[in-house]
Design a binder for this molecule. Structure first.
Ligand code: HDE
Length: 725
């Protein structure tokens, strides 16, 4: 049996719906290794007879240096670790494909954006930024959203985040920013958190970070799932069409599942009870055939409009409000296959913003320009030399030839005698491809530049607060309350009072006085009477709070920034806990299960213990987990079938009672059937549109599904505060 056959039999990986990314999958197949049915050998193929005992001088004697089998095994083990990514160390990834809806020939000559029949393989890695490889998934942090598109014209890496702006305007400040947010140098505390002095010291002294810090204090920093996040290219890029005409573009990924987040208490608990929450959901959804999808959106800005806005398109701390430039949806990305090996694929994936293809080009954003240096540099250290693009996960699916040679871990065996150009010995091959409308060699956009060499930031980068205020003004009341709570939590953990004061007076008060006043009250700082001019000079030497004149295109509110407006309006891919216990009404369980399935949601049966449960009808149900093992925080909603038996199951069972109380506290949809409805009174759960009671599953389904689609019962938030955490 071929290893390919074995592979597909084991994992079902050749299912037809996973074949769309086949070019890359076929390429990876060559590197796949499957030991099923094979002999255990050394790395040089010698079959091993005893893998349990070292070669010794006598049964009780010393080990012999001669034992090449033991030495090889232990040596390899000793060298297993490579440096983790200096940022974005914790991540999870999946394979899939991208398909454009209509040819975008007016915008770009990039081939993968011009052929709707073409399915371009992708590998996408999601990550947190601050924590190490072993840290928890659900911490408050930015999420990386790195997409590698294996196009027929070379790899295009769109290395973005789940937030559309960044903390700093110039790459030279990146090491300072990262040192400030990472664990403190003397004691390596805290892990996976920005709630500490050095982070707030830096950002309170860096007004350009105000906008992005506001995003990280919002619910965007605690997504429920990767598939529930937007992705953004952040920088302004260029696209160039076959006629050589260029436009500016901003890249967006819109999740088909909608955008929704955890609540903070849930995020903190998950970090302990299920640190792999996000990566596990991604994995399970793909294994279950419930493939995460995103639509690609473009904001297109003609060259002549470059200076039309009240911010600079090159400033990465600014977004382009969708009210000024709508997002044009152009294609869809589907993730449909899990990696076979975490290290070989996810860990060794080397993303680089500098991997682009003809038809796409950079802008002069100084953060983008600095990144062009950093990504190759970091792979040299992390992956041990300049041949990292030869690793199976990084290889392009199109041919690649050049005169780069040798170095550590070289894989290819380059034939020919000439490794230079021009040459006549090998007929001059490989040869350049002149630029062309399509299939041509890469050509940088011939942007005219007349400039003086200077270390100075453009004055057009000087307004640091208007867009932070725009974001704040665009939030709904619950979102604003969460932002205030997040600043209060984080700053409350800052030991130095002068840092708390600086953040309130010089940053928050410049964004919004209500925000500053409420946070101040929560962290023991005297509420400001007026915004204080930041006591630092921006890099342009001007005061950093200078607001741009209102003469240019601007907006005061952007509904597109509020998550409340980004729900999908359905319950597809939501996770629902169906609680069961001996004597449960099996008809309710079956009815709800079927109804959820029909809507594309996923249900799990959760029992007091992991033991099988006998229904009132006498059937046996296998629970998917116990209430302790799969707590309510792992689900979007909870369903309690009838009847009296369920009431009994809750009696004297603190874990079960906590299950419902916690779901209520976290504003989740809860449906109670038959006699089990008495639980609401027992637990003093006050009725609202997310707490459904009915005779049976059929009676509650409609309201239950509507509440799940809304994701949280925000109206309950005040009442729920009384429930102990
Ligand atoms: Fe990165 N960033 N970054 N970054 N970044 C890295 O590259 C860097 C920035 C982003 O899943 C590193 O391979 C500099 C913005 C993602 O493998 C490193 C600057 C955005 C990932 C690096 C930035 C990102 C990285 C660490 C300021 C959003 C994870 C390991 C100039 C648009 C990719 C690595 C993955 C990773 C440098 C700013 C996104 C050190 C110098 C802005 C998603 O090269």
């Amino acid at each position: 049996m071929s290893s390919k056959q074995k592979q597909s039999e084991l994992a079902g990986t050749d299912a037809p719906d996973r074949q769309n990314n086949s070019k890359k999958i076929e390429q990876l197949e060559v590197a796949r290794e499957d030991a099923t049915g094979e002999a255990l050998t050394t790395n040089t193929g010698t079959r091993i007879a005893d893998n349990q005992n070292t070669l010794k001088a006598g049964e009780r004697g010393p080990s012999l240096l001669e034992d090449f089998i033991m030495r090889e095994k232990i040596t390899h083990f000793d060298h297993e670790r490579i440096p983790e990514r200096v940022v974005h160390a914790r991540g999870a990834a999946a394979h899939g494909y991208f398909q454009v809806y209509e040819p975008l020939s007016d915008l770009t000559k990039a081939d993968f954006l011009n052929d709707p029949a073409k399915k371009t393989p992708v590998f996408v890695r999601f990550s947190t930024v601050q924590g190490p490889r072993g840290s928890a998934d659900t911490v408050r942090d930015v999420r990386g959203f790195a997409v590698k598109l294996y196009t027929d014209e070379g790899n295009f890496d769109l290395v973005g985040n789940n937030m559309p702006v960044f903390f700093i305007q110039d790459a030279i400040k990146f090491p300072d920013f990262v040192h400030a947010v990472k664990p403190e140098p003397h004691n390596e505390i805290p892990t996976g958190q920005s709630a500490h002095d050095t982070f707030w010291d830096f950002v309170s002294l860096t007004p350009e970070s105000a906008h992005m810090v506001l995003w990280t204090m919002s619910d965007r920093a605690i997504p429920v799932q990767y598939r529930a996040m937007q992705g953004f290219g952040v920088h302004t890029f260029r696209m160039i069409n076959a006629e050589g005409k260029s436009v500016f573009v901003k890249f967006h990924w819109r999740p088909v599942s909608g955008v929704f987040s955890l609540v903070w208490d849930e995020a903190q608990k998950l970090a302990g009870k299920d640190p792999d929450f996000n990566r596990k959901n991604l994995w399970e959804d793909i294994e279950n055939g419930d493939y995460p999808e995103w639509e690609l959106g473009l904001q297109v800005i003609p060259e002549e409009d470059e200076h039309k806005f009240d911010f600079d398109l090159l400033d990465p701390t600014k977004l382009v409000p969708e009210e000024l430039v709508p997002v044009k949806i152009v294609g869809k990305m589907t993730l449909n296959r899990n990696p076979d090996n975490y290290f070989a694929e996810t860990e060794q994936a080397a993303f680089h913003i500098g991997h682009i293809v003809p038809g796409i080009d950079f802008s002069n954003d100084p953060l983008l320009q600095g990144r062009l240096f950093s990504y190759t540099d970091t792979q040299l250290l992390r992956l041990g030399g300049p041949n990292f693009n030869e690793l199976p996960i990084n290889r392009p699916v199109c041919p690649f030839h050049n005169n780069q040679r040798d170095a550590l871990h070289r894989q290819t065996i380059n034939k020919g005698r000439a490794s230079y150009e021009p040459n006549s010995i090998d007929g001059g091959w490989p040869k350049e491809t002149p630029p062309g409308p399509s299939g041509g060699g890469f050509e940088s956009y011939p942007e005219a530049i007349s400039a003086t060499k200077i270390r100075k930031r453009s004055e057009s980068f000087g307004d640091h607060f208007s867009q932070a205020t725009l974001f704040w003004n665009s939030m709904s009341a619950p979102e604003k309350a969460h932002i205030i709570a997040a600043y209060s939590f984080e700053l409350g953990k800052v030991d130095r009072m002068f840092i708390r004061e600086r953040e309130v007076n010089e940053i928050l008060a410049n964004i919004d006085m209500q925000l500053a006043t409420e946070v101040a009250a929560n962290i023991g700082v005297k509420p400001p009477s007026a915004p204080v001019k930041p006591d630092v000079k921006a890099a342009d030497g001007k005061s950093p709070d200078a607001k741009a004149p209102d003469t240019k295109a601007s907006v005061k509110q952007s509904p597109a920034l509020s998550q409340m407006n980004l729900l999908a309006g359905n319950i597809k891919s939501r996770k629902v806990a169906i609680l069961i216990a001996p004597g449960v009404k099996g008809a309710d369980v079956d009815a709800m299960n079927a109804a959820l399935k029909q809507e594309g949601a996923m249900a799990k049966l959760i029992a007091p213990s992991a033991a099988p449960v006998k229904t009132a009808e006498g059937n046996m149900l296998e629970p998917d987990g116990s209430m302790e093992g799969l707590p309510s925080i792992a689900f979007d909603a909870v369903f309690v079938p009838g009847d009296e038996a369920m009431l009994k199951a809750f009696e004297g069972n603190g874990v079960a009672l906590h299950y419902l109380l916690e779901a209520y506290k976290h504003l989740k949809a809860i449906a109670l059937c038959g006699k089990a409805a008495d639980l609401a009174d027992k637990l003093s759960l006050q009725p609202d549109e997310g707490l459904l009671k009915g005779a049976d599953a059929g009676a509650v389904t409609k309201g239950f599904f509507a509440a799940i689609a809304d994701h949280r019962v925000w109206a309950r938030e005040e009442k729920a505060k009384a429930i102990p955490a």
